[in-house]
Design a protein around this ligand. Structure first.
Ligand code: ZN
Ligand code: ZN
Length: 184
């Protein structure tokens, strides 16, 4: 039999359904990446799954856990955490739905289930912390670490932007700008 703990011999399990078999394993994962987030390459995923045979397949329920790293979408700093996922999936010899995983009746390959369940749990918009202040759009300073003094949300800066736009609207006939600054 294959040595990977996520590739399981289920010959006995499916012989006389219903029967149960427990899989408790740690298995290294690589290349589980979604956007700027990924399961730590080579980290051991912790797998606790119950396999229950039915007349037409095997139901897999249980829990997965693995460490992940990501890039904060606001400050581009590192994000690290742990994924914890409850799963309930179906393996069928002849899959009747798109959601079912195929198996040959003898060997159940849990690797695609583990990879997909963990990938779905990776954060799509990772944050280093819920109230991350992000980078200053004016000077690029990390506003979690220092107060650069820029106030991009302030009323005055918005008027500055409008004034800058207005200054570019020079009358082609006279070469003059169309009027005094706005909002002052
Ligand atoms: Zn951040
Ligand atoms: Zn700044």
């Amino acid at each position: 039999m294959p040595a990977n703990p996520l590739v399981v011999n289920v010959v006995e399990l499916v012989r006389k359904p219903p029967q149960r078999q427990h899989v408790s394993a740690t298995a290294p994962l690589e290349g589980v990446v979604v956007g700027d987030a990924m399961v730590v390459d080579g980290a051991q995923a912790e797998v606790e799954l119950d396999l229950e045979s039915l007349s037409d397949g095997v139901v897999v329920t249980g829990h997965l856990s693995a460490p992940f790293v990501a890039t904060c979408r606001r400050c581009l700093g590192p994000v690290a955490g742990r994924l914890d996922v409850d799963v309930r999936e179906l393996y069928q010899r002849h899959p009747t739905t798109d959601d079912a995983y195929p198996f040959d009746g003898e060997v159940l390959d849990l690797r695609p289930l583990v990879r997909e369940a963990l990938a779905l749990e990776l954060p799509l918009a990772p944050l280093c912390r819920a109230d991350c202040q992000g980078l200053c759009p004016t000077c690029g300073a990390n506003r979690n670490e220092s107060d650069c003094g820029h106030q991009p949300e302030s009323k005055d800066d918005r008027w500055d932007a409008l004034d800058a736009l207005r200054d570019r609207l020079v009358d082609p006939q006279t070469g003059e700008s169309p009027g005094p600054p706005l909002g002052r």
